[in-house]
Design a protein around this ligand. Structure first.
Ligand code: TRP
Ligand code: SF4
Length: 337
């Protein structure tokens, strides 16, 4: 049986962190076995909010791919590309924008959240200039074009992307209705069940919150960051009995990164006051560093040969473009353009 097409993208935010690794990338790596995967860097989407901060864009894009490859996204199994190298996506975005009612995108809750965040960042309160640009309003339409350009059947996303994907399904259905065709299927979301990994301060892990540990961090930096993690605050002395369930970050990380026996041992020793938080976090740093050592080695190897990485992306982009061209030929025909 032919494998279904699976599509997913990440905005070009630069070096990825352990939250990306646990929540998204390990999942993507597994999915490669069961689907025909299209993984791309959404650099146009990055412009919807960062159109005026493009100095680091080129580096950010390659950093994302370096992390993917180091973690096991395999160019022999998956198609890896830059969104902006597949011009058919832009053409499809334009055609889809013609059939998308404004209120479909205007009521997209994820988009509303993005605008709220943007507004909070904007200090110039005297300005009436709404932070919603024409391009940002089209965010879900562009995402639809990403998916539909390669006729994606399955889209692995987090909860926050479901609203966008619902619009994609609506757009696909509407296209089929208007142009009396069966060209598009309605892509199904595939939710990741892994809970989000918090940052070292216990809040959501994110680059802009300065609470993340990068996949590509050095062992030293990783250890330092782990030592900053908050632990059970009720504990004053090393021999006080601790409460792992109140150890919001360090113990949580143990449950994510350590094997079951180690977790059990930490839990017991903590409760019995036989384990100091400093030592406990030292050990945690070591465990995390050991886990990421092979990935970090691989990344260094790739960094030393970025020509090869650009070749991979260029090959992938060509492949994605040729898939998309097939779809677009049918689209143009259906639209009579
Ligand atoms: N909006 C997604 C995010 O921020 C990234 C993305 C862009 C995407 N296009 C996509 C995800 C198409 C899945 C399919 O995470
Ligand atoms: Fe957390 Fe470990 Fe300290 Fe217990 S000993 S509170 S698990 S850091």
């Amino acid at each position: 049986m032919q494998k279904e097409n699976l599509v997913s993208g990440m905005r070009s935010t630069g070096k990825l962190h352990l939250g990306h690794y646990m929540g998204v990338i390990t999942n993507w790596v597994k999915l490669q076995e069961d689907y025909n995967c299209f993984y791309f860097v959404a650099d146009w989407h990055a412009l919807t909010t960062k159109f005026d901060k493009t100095e680091t864009l080129k580096q950010d894009k390659i950093d994302v791919v370096l992390d993917w490859l180091a973690c096991g996204i395999d160019p022999d199994k998956s198609t890896i590309y830059f969104q902006s190298k597949v011009l058919q996506i832009a053409e499809l975005h334009l055609l889809l924008s013609m059939i998308t009612p404004n209120n479909w995108v205007e009521r997209d809750p994820t988009l509303k959240d993005m605008v709220k965040i943007l507004k909070n960042k904007d200090d110039d309160t005297s300005s009436n200039m709404p932070q919603m640009s024409y391009g940002l309003l089209g965010y879900p339409v562009l995402m639809s074009a990403d998916i539909m350009a390669v006729n994606g059947a399955v889209v692995p996303v987090g909860n926050d992307q479901l609203a966008h994907l619902e619009i994609t399904r609506d757009i696909a259905r509407r296209f089929n209705n208007i142009y009396n065709t069966q060209l598009f299927n309605e892509p199904k979301p595939k939710l990741t069940e892994i809970p989000l990994l918090c940052g070292i301060d216990g809040q959501k892990m994110g680059k802009s919150f300065h609470n993340d540990i990068k996949i590509s961090d050095t062992e030293e930096d990783t250890s330092k960051k782990i030592m900053q993690c908050i632990t059970d605050r009720s504990r004053a002395r090393k021999n006080d009995p601790g409460h792992p369930e109140q150890c919001e970050v360090a113990f949580k990380y143990y449950t994510v990164f350590a094997d079951k026996n180690t977790v059990k041992q930490v839990e017991c020793e903590c409760r019995e006051g036989k384990r100091g938080c400093m030592d406990c976090k030292k050990q945690l740093g070591k465990i995390i560093n050991e886990k990421f050592a092979p990935i970090r080695d691989k990344r260094k190897e790739l960094e030393a040969d970025t020509d090869r990485v650009y070749d991979i992306i260029s090959e992938g982009s060509k492949k994605a473009a040729s898939e998309a061209e097939k779809v677009l030929q049918k689209v143009r025909e259906a639209v009579n353009i």
